[in-house]
Design a protein around this ligand. Structure first.
Ligand code: NOJ
Ligand code: CA
Length: 699
């Protein structure tokens, strides 16, 4: 570290004090100012506006607010440049290079607050810091006042602001008609907790009148509520809207505390947003001493068969009025549809072993599912009592003998207290039976009553679960989690989370084809998603003659998603028997890695298409994936990313000429050719389609 940031400090008529810094390569400029004691910032890229002057500060409960009356005590600056290696990821090395400015402020009551800015060539992070001090020991936040003034109308890609759910289809609108689109979209959205008609969730993407792409999110969210953004009046300014606790407070703080970072990623083209590592860089380095036990993997599981028509069930019996501990399941009448039975799970283990999958998830293995949704939910599950037809001991030995790990399932039905209380036993049981990973879930309203999925208490609960799991060498995949903010850098056992609308909705509602072209620019900016791709049987008429449902994808697109939607934990979500019908296409899922040494975004436009190439961490092989929106897309791919002097066998899995996500989703073709870094290829994706290419080195 060295002190070399260029500062321009000016005092105009004793009213405005301003300080500016440039990013390391000079691309971005940040200005911080105090205007009549009110802190504000602005951000530009090569002189063009990114964020116009935007206020900073807080409203506090039972205190005087901290939104004015400030003077600058001191300004510190520093430059930082290091390269670090993630335990797993999209690239094997990440450069963390920024210029930092920290403004130490004091208000007219003598209270201290610092605002720390880190300016990168691809964006800005800033946070508030409350040093330990007399006169401000503990306090409650009524609202954070951070603004993001976009300065003019922008096109935007968003899901509605909601304190409790992120499982929405992405919408596209201008800021000027955001409310109109939100009102319309709400008619088909099943959420009672959408905040209002002016709020959106982060990560959110904008394309402004200068043609720049801007992503706003947060990094390193802990011990603080998650942030939505609310559009102010008829302006183009968003203001932060934190998630309240049951009493309405938006953060309970003890001084000696730093807020999460507020992040703004900026790029001249859409691809640059996908390549940014700013959110990860703003998180703390890995806290785990030993990470050798953390292994990215592909998995299959007793899961999708519970979603398809006439499929199996999580529950063992159809009896109702069952309370945990008061019901003798061994005397229950089995419903004959229970998926997590020993024989079925053995078949999944066999299939995983035969085709090289690391894990088998089993949902519905434990008692409580008859009752899980509506009733005394705070003690529905104990995480240790298998149903009578699930032989936990036998299956654990069987999985081990086949070199496969079983993936535990902990549906908490939203009861964080019950889960925390039972965690030592639950993780202990996993260690005893050799389960190396857990999928946890928090369906429905949370208990304690009045808490939200984005609230400070739940944020802390999730982190607690990840830390406790790490103590047991357990990898974690959380469903119904808060949106991720890059914490997997600090806790790499936090492999993935759902935190958006995934494949499951395709079974009982709908996802639009463009959804997966927007996810990389929004939800995935925070971290890997357990999207659960790989559905081959896309036409539900196969299961139910009366169904006219097709999913929002073609088969080839399902393959492309393994590359586009990055996760170190990727499910092959369809039923083994469906893969057996399309073994040639299944080969791509078998081959595609989940850990990478390099990533190149070949072309991207949110809502239209995303094409990404990634290089395997363990070999010279490359894989390409594409997802396409509602309209057909033709890619002209330049394979210049391939290693020079090497030849590759390209296997191209693309949509059939007659493919269409609605009318003919399962039409695909597979072609092969020899290529090198000079080759250019043309591949077409059908409406709602996509493609995948494996490029293996010819030795
Ligand atoms: C919702 C999760 O997203 C899904 O994957 C899971 O199967 C169900 N909850 C049941 O826990
Ligand atoms: Ca879910």
């Amino acid at each position: 570290m060295r002190n070399c940031v260029i500062l321009i400090c000016c005092v105009l008529f004793n009213v405005v004090q301003a300080v500016e810094i440039n990013s390391p390569g000079g691309k971005l400029q940040l200005a911080f100012r105090l205007s009549d004691g009110v802190p504000a910032y602005s951000l530009s890229s090569e002189g063009k506006r990114v964020i116009d002057i935007s206020r900073l500060g807080f409203l506090l409960a039972d205190h005087h607010d901290m939104n004015g009356g400030f003077s600058i005590e001191k300004i510190d600056s520093v430059s930082f440049d290091e390269t670090w290696k993630p335990v797993w990821g999209e690239v094997s090395e990440i450069r963390n290079n920024y210029n930092e400015l920290c403004a130490s402020l004091k208000d007219d009551e003598g209270r201290l607050m610092n605002i720390r800015f880190r300016l990168y060539d691809d964006g800005l992070g800033f946070r508030y810091e409350f040093p330990r001090q007399h006169g401000l020991a503990y306090f409650f936040i009524e609202e954070e006042l951070t603004e993001f003034n976009l300065g003019a109308d922008c096109s935007s890609f968003w899901i509605p602001g909601d304190y409790d759910s992120n499982e929405f289809v992405y919408q596209k609108s201008n800021l000027s008609n955001l409310s109109e689109v939100l009102v319309e979209a709400r008619k088909s959205m099943d959420s009672k907790t959408i905040i209002d008609n002016r709020s959106v969730q982060t990560p959110v993407l904008f394309r402004n009148d200068n043609g720049m792409y801007i992503n706003i999110h947060e990094a390193a969210l802990k011990d603080y509520p998650s942030m939505c953004l609310t559009l102010q009046g008829s302006s183009y300014t968003f203001k932060s809207n934190l998630t309240p606790d049951p009493k309405g407070y938006k953060g309970r703080i003890q001084s000696g505390f730093n807020t999460p970072w507020r992040t703004i990623i900026v790029s001249d083209d859409a691809a640059g947003i996908l390549e940014s590592k700013l959110v990860l860089n703003l998180n703390e380095p890995c806290k785990l001493k030993n990470t050798g036990w953390i292994k990215p993997m592909k998995y299959i599981g007793v899961w999708w068969e519970m979603f398809v028509p006439w499929g199996s069930s999580w529950n063992y019996t159809d009896d109702t009025n069952i309370r945990l501990g008061e019901y003798d399941y061994s005397k229950a009448r089995p419903n004959g549809r229970h998926g997590a039975n020993t024989e079925n799970v053995k078949r999944y283990i066999d299939f995983a072993a035969e085709h090289g999958f690391g894990g088998v998830l089993v949902e519905g293995w434990n008692e409580g599912w008859e009752d899980w949704f509506d009733k005394m939910k705070f003690h529905v599950f104990d995480y240790k009592t298998p149903y009578p037809d699930f032989d936990i001991e036998l299956l654990s030995d069987y999985a081990e003998s086949k070199g496969v790990t079983l993936i535990m399932h902990h549906e908490t039905s939203g009861s964080t207290m019950n889960y925390e209380r039972l965690m030592p036993e639950a993780y202990g049981l996993m260690n005893r039976y050799g389960y190396k990973a857990v999928k946890s879930g928090y369906v429905g309203r949370l208990y304690p009553v009045g808490e939200y999925h984005y609230g400070q208490t739940f944020i802390n609960h999730c982190l607690y679960a990840i830390e406790k799991a790490a103590e047991h060498n357990i990898m974690v995949n959380v469903h119904e989690a808060p949106k991720p903010t890059g914490m997997h850098r600090t806790y790499p056992n936090y492999l993935a989370c759902e935190s958006a609308r995934g494949t499951e909705y395709e079974a009982f509602a709908y996802n639009k084809p463009e959804h997966t072209t927007i996810l990389p620019f929004t939800r995935l900016i925070g971290g890997p998603m357990d999207y659960t791709p790989g559905i081959f049987q896309l036409d539900f008429n196969y299961y139910d003659k009366n169904s006219d449902k097709t999913l929002s994808s073609t088969l080839a697109k399902q393959l492309g998603l393994y590359v586009v939607i990055y996760s170190p934990l990727q499910m092959a979500a369809d039923l083994p028997k469906n893969y057996e019908r399309f073994m040639d296409a299944f080969q791509f899922i078998k081959d595609v890695p989940v850990d990478w040494q390099d990533t190149k975004v070949l072309e991207a436009e949110p809502g239209e298409y995303v094409t990404i190439a990634r290089k395997d961490k363990k070999s010279n092989d490359w894989y390409v994936g594409n997802t396409t929106g509602e309209n057909r897309h033709v890619s002209q791919l330049d394979l210049d990313f391939l290693d020079k002097g090497k030849k590759y066998k390209a296997v191209i899995y693309s949509d059939g000429a007659d493919a269409h996500y609605r009318t003919n989703p399962m039409s695909y073709r597979i072609t092969e050719k020899t290529v090198d870094y000079r080759t250019k290829i043309k591949v077409a994706a059908a409406p709602g389609g996509g493609y995948a290419i494996s490029l293996s080195e010819i030795k």
